[in-house]
Design a protein around this ligand. Structure first.
Ligand code: KIV
Length: 283
C-alpha cells in the first residue's frame, strides 16, 4: 500500500508554539489511531491525539478502562509514523499514572521513548496537579483533561455532562486553574456547559481544547470515527461530517454482489500469463 503525503498543515506546531497560540488562532485537533489516518489528518490538524477512546472505537470495549499502556504505545507509534510534521499527544491509560508521580513518570517516559510522541495526556485536575508538576519539571509535556473524565465513568454512573451544579462547577473551574499552574501546556475540557468552559478559558493562560464544551474554548477535538459517521449512535456534541458507515456498507455490498456474480475479478484485475515478463516483474 502506498502512503503519499498530503498537503502540509498551514502552521507546523511544536508544544511551545501550541501553548503560545492561545488567542491567536483556533486550534484544530482530532484523534487518530492508525498510521494512514494520521497521514490524512496531518494536513488539517495542529495536533493529533491518540486517545484511549481507541478502546471503544477500535476494540469495541464499552469504556476506556480496559485499555493498557502497551495498546497506547503500539497505536501511538503507528500514529507518529504516519504523522506529517504534526505533534502527537498520547493518552496515559487508566491505572498507569494515578498511583503516584513516579508511576506517572515511568509510564510517560515509556510513551515518549517508545512512540516518538511529543506529549502525554492524563485525566485529572487539582488531585493530579503534583503529578503534572513532577512530569513537566522532568521534561515531559503534559496535556490535562478535565470536566467529564471518561476514565471516571463509574464514578458518574455513565458518560454524563459535568459541572451542572454550583459545587461541581467550582470544582472544575479549580481544576482548570490547578493544571495550568502546575505546568500543563494545554487542557482538554470535556462535557461541560458553555459558561464554565468560557470562564476557564478566560482564567488561564494555556489553550483550552473543547469536546462537548462549546465554541468558547481555544480549540476543538473530536473522535475522528464519530465525526466521519462510523457509528449509528454518537454524543449530542458530535457533528457528523460524513456518513462513512453507510458508504462502506454500500461499497462492500457491491464487492460481495460482484464476487457472487463472478464479475469480480475482471481481466483488468488479473495477472498476465507466465510468458508476460512485464507483469511478472510488477507482481
Ligand atoms: O480518548 C480520547 O479520545 C480523548 C479525546 C477525545 C479528548 O480523550
Amino acid at each position: 500500500m502506498s502512503h503519499q503525503p498530503t498537503a502540509p498543515a498551514p502552521v507546523r506546531h511544536t508544544i511551545p508554539s501550541l501553548r503560545a497560540a492561545k488567542g491567536a488562532q483556533k486550534l484544530v485537533l482530532l484523534t487518530a489511531y492508525t498510521a494512514p489516518m494520521a497521514e490524512i489528518l496531518s494536513a488539517h490538524c495542529d495536533m493529533l491525539m491518540v486517545g484511549d477512546s481507541l478502546g471503544m472505537v477500535v476494540y469495541g470495549f464499552d469504556s476506556t478502562l480496559p485499555v493498557t499502556l502497551e495498546l497506547m504505545i503500539n497505536h501511538g507509534a503507528a500514529v507518529v509514523r504516519g504523522a506529517q510534521g504534526v505533534p502527537v499527544v498520547v493518552d496515559l491509560p487508566f491505572g498507569s499514572y494515578q498511583a503516584s508521580p513516579m508511576q506517572a513518570f515511568e509510564s510517560a517516559a515509556r510513551v515518549l521513548k517508545e512512540t516518538g510522541a511529543a506529549a502525554v495526556k492524563l485525566e485529572g485536575g487539582t488531585e493530579l496537579a503534583d503529578t503534572i508538576r513532577y512530569l513537566t519539571q522532568r521534561g515531559i509535556p503534559v496535556m490535562a483533561h478535565i470536566g467529564l473524565k471518561p476514565q471516571s465513568v463509574h464514578v458518574y454512573g455513565g458518560f454524563k455532562a459535568q459541572g451542572k451544579d454550583d459545587a461541581t462547577y467550582r470544582a472544575i473551574l479549580a481544576d482548570g486553574l490547578a493544571v495550568a499552574e502546575a505546568g500543563a501546556f494545554a487542557v482538554v475540557i470535556e462535557g461541560v456547559m458553555e459558561p464554565l468552559a468560557a470562564e476557564i478559558t478566560r482564567a488561564i493562560s494555556i489553550p483550552t481544547i473543547g469536546i462537548g464544551a462549546s465554541a468558547a474554548c481555544d480549540g476543538q477535538v473530536l473522535v475522528v470515527d464519530d465525526m466521519l459517521g462510523m457509528f449509528t449512535r454518537a454524543a449530542r456534541f458530535v457533528k457528523k461530517y460524513d456518513d462513512l458507515r453507510s458508504r462502506i456498507d454500500t461499497a462492500c455490498g457491491a464487492y460481495a454482489a460482484e464476487v457472487r456474480a463472478g464479475t469480480f475479478p475482471a481481466p483488468a484485475h488479473c495477472y498476465g500469463i507466465a510468458s508476460d515478463s512485464n507483469s511478472q516483474k510488477k507482481a
